[in-house]
Design a binder for this molecule. Structure first.
Ligand SMILES: [Zn+2]
Length: 326
């Protein structure tokens, strides 16, 4: 798996001195920029029996095992669905970290390194994080921990202090667009804007059906006086709720941004409408609604009645955006 063009500098810095690589790295940066892929590529390079400066050799036994996802000296720890106090949660639980204690205590299968990738590290619950801390405090020989985090501030400071922090870069717009176009994305500029510049997230938006649904939704938001919120909620209840709340949040962000800074971040294709609408809005009313919406988003996984939820949201939107500066 190749690293992305915007990661080559970090790659060279880390792989240039294999002997000086610390036993724990914290790869941090925003979501959707390829941190997980980078961590797995680095893990592959560390496990490869004949690594080159550019990456793993792809021919040795270790590389073959990794290619089929079956290398005994690599562990990828990711959140599992679980339950806590009767609620569904997605987290990395202590049992997953405890298994690592046995793993790092064993001798390696290929007489090489042993690599553990934890993604995202902030998904560890407190018990799991404390268990990991113990393992990090007594590093086993030739074992490398690669922690990946979108939200490093949510990590235990004691865990962070035992890692070397690596800031994972966001590509500039030109590089990100070129890369997206090389992946066959037609509307690279719009997808990149929707993703706030994060290319892998942008790739997820490059879907004609998704973009068409978004266009219809935003066109309705753009005419608040004519907004048929009952109808919009009825239609919306049959579609993905999280996407609709995401579109609405980005729309509100842009409305505030055009009002305060005259710039549109997420929805360049609706810039003229946003400017017109934004000129008259009352920022405090919008910000109050933004906070309400945060609360709605937290309960999005299991809404009792999606249609009712959307009705409430659209009505509140209409009220917030039609509160004019007097
Ligand atoms: Zn190899």
């Amino acid at each position: 798996m190749p690293v992305y063009p915007w990661q080559t500098e970090v790659w060279q810095r880390l792989t240039g001195a294999r002997q000086r690589l610390p036993h724990a790295l914290l790869l941090q940066g925003r979501r959707g920029i390829g941190k997980r892929d980078f961590a797995l590529a680095l893990a592959n390079w560390l496990l490869c029996q004949a690594p080159t400066p550019h990456g793993p050799c792809r021919h040795c036994r270790a590389c073959h095992l990794l290619a089929v996802g079956n290398h005994a000296d690599l562990r990828l720890i990711e959140p599992l669905e679980g339950e806590e106090e009767g609620r569904a949660v997605r987290q990395i639980a202590i049992a997953q970290v405890r298994e690592l204690e046995d793993f790092v205590g064993l001798s390696t299968h290929q007489e090489g390194a042993r690599v553990i990738v934890i993604h995202p590290a902030e998904a560890m619950n407190p018990a799991a994080a404390n268990a990991l801390l113990k393992t990090l405090e007594e590093p086993a020989e030739n074992t490398v921990f690669l922690l990946v985090s979108h939200k490093p501030r949510q990590l235990l400071p004691t865990v962070v202090s035992r890692c070397r922090t690596v800031a994972m870069p966001l590509p500039d717009e030109e590089m990100a667009r070129a890369w997206l176009e090389s992946q066959g994305v037609i509307d690279a500029r719009l997808c990149l804007a929707l993703a706030g510049g994060a290319p892998l997230e942008a790739l997820r938006y490059a879907d004609g059906e998704y973009l068409a649904a978004r266009g219809v939704f935003l066109a309705a938001l753009g005419e608040p006086a004519k907004l048929d919120w009952l109808k919009l909620a009825e239609q919306g209840a049959r579609q993905d709720l999280a996407s609709q709340i995401d579109w609405l949040q980005k729309w509100l962000y842009d409305l505030v941004a055009v009002r305060l800074a005259r710039r549109v971040r997420y929805n360049p294709d609706f810039a003229p409408r946003l400017r017109e609408l934004g000129a008259g809005v009352k920022v405090e009313a919008l910000l109050r609604f933004v906070r309400e919406l945060e609360g709605v988003r937290r309960h999005l996984d299991h809404p009792l009645n999606p249609q009712l939820l959307l009705e409430t949201v659209f009505l509140a939107y209409q009220r917030a955006v039609m509160t004019q500066n007097g």
